[in-house]
Design a protein around this ligand. Structure first.
Ligand SMILES: [Zn+2]
Length: 212
């Protein structure tokens, strides 16, 4: 097999491998401060998905979905957002297409906070419609923070949009697109227990939060 990336395959290659599993990289286009590209989430999700698929059998990676629900990031230039309804439909339609082609194991690999609710709704609906499918969701930053030692990060547990964890991932996955001389963030005050629905401009004056 030449590549695990669907958009690089021919139909013949697809049929020859007999894929059973697909990873769907979910991202967004929104400011990540002045040190990371606006497509950070799509790039991150896709690069992680490819690395995972290359270690598995008969697993392919869909093209990165760069359009996500990002309305709460619209104060910094620029942000192209889907509504939560549209986002849910997009994910649901993708899973339906995979089911049509006999791919019953699907991992929705999410890189953007605005997509979390839509991912869960779409995945639940798909599972109810197709009980034989195995569908899972991952928010990559949750895994990094659980799997790495607690003292890996210096500030705010590494959290943030374009913060310490995400900036580190960018430096590993797409160093040529990083401009660390422009890195600026701010650690916001957020309630540790209640989930307050913020607009990003309420958390930081920059396009990034945390400590890039
Ligand atoms: Zn991001």
């Amino acid at each position: 097999m030449r590549s695990v990336q669907m958009e690089l395959m021919t139909s013949r290659e697809f049929l020859t491998v007999g894929f059973t599993t697909a990873i769907v990289p979910l991202g967004a286009v929104a400011s990540h401060g002045d040190h990371m590209p606006m497509g950070t989430d799509g790039f991150s999700a896709h690069a992680l998905a490819v690395r995972i698929a290359e270690r598995l059998e008969r697993t392919m990676v869909l093209p990165a979905n760069f359009l996500g629900m990002s309305g709460h990031y619209h104060h910094q230039p620029i942000c192209i957002s889907l509504s939560a309804d549209t986002q849910t439909r997009v994910i649901r339609d993708v899973v339906e297409s995979l089911h049509h082609w006999g791919i019953e194991r699907v991992l929705l690999l999410n890189a953007h906070d605005g997509i979390i609710p839509s991912t869960e709704i779409a995945a639940r609906d798909a599972k109810i419609a197709h009980p034989e499918m195995s569908i899972a969701t991952i928010d990559w930053w949750v895994i990094t923070n659980r799997r790495l030692p607690a003292d890996t990060w210096e500030v705010w547990g590494g959290w943030g949009h374009g913060g310490e964890v995400e900036t580190s991932l960018g430096l590993v996955l797409f160093p040529d697109l990083m401009q660390m001389e422009h890195a600026q963030g701010q650690v916001p005050k957020v309630d540790p227990y209640a989930k307050e629905l913020w607009l990003f401009e309420e958390l930081t004056a920059h396009g990034a939060s945390g400590a890039p």
